[in-house]
Design a protein around this ligand. Structure first.
Ligand SMILES: [Cu+2]
Length: 151
């Protein structure tokens, strides 16, 4: 046989207090630092980060001559037209690499043990050369040239 539930005022207040506590706990669990870190502003321009390093090839010829060539790695960087890109270039091999990116009016320098950051937006299709002044060709331990291909 079924009875009728009778709830007095005290039981109602305790139940309401428990409900508030549980809902508050659920709300706090959902507000973790990780959730707070998720960007919600989708209108901000997206920047693609490309990591690069300075590298070096070296060898000794049969007659004892030492050959070296410094390189950007990767040597080819595909970029979408209109995309904002940040190059983060870590200096690994070689003391200093002063550089220019032709056609984008960007100059900088990468030094050993440091990371150099350059950001650009390529509005026109083409192939832009990232050239190190210190190692521009074979005669100067290069060619230290990377190709930014905007398509
Ligand atoms: Cu260089």
């Amino acid at each position: 046989m079924r009875g009728i539930w009778v709830i007095n005022r005290k039981q109602l207040l305790v139940s309401a207090a428990c409900a508030v506590i549980v809902m508050g706990a659920l709300f706090m669990m959902n507000r973790t630092p990780a959730n707070d870190a998720i960007p919600t502003d989708t209108s901000a321009p997206k920047t693609r980060v490309i990591h690069m390093v300075t590298g070096e090839f070296s060898t000794t010829t049969e007659d004892g001559k030492k050959l070296e060539a410094y390189r950007w790695d990767p040597g080819t960087i595909p970029v979408n037209k209109g995309e904002t890109v940040t190059l983060k270039i870590a200096g690994i091999n070689g003391h200093s690499h002063p550089f220019v990116i032709e056609g984008l009016n960007i100059k900088g320098e990468v030094t050993k043990g440091e990371e150099t950051e350059v950001t650009f937006k390529a509005e026109e299709e083409g192939i832009y050369r990232l050239i190190c002044f210190a190692h521009p060709d074979l005669a100067h331990n290069g060619p230290m040239i990377a190709y930014i291909v905007v398509d």
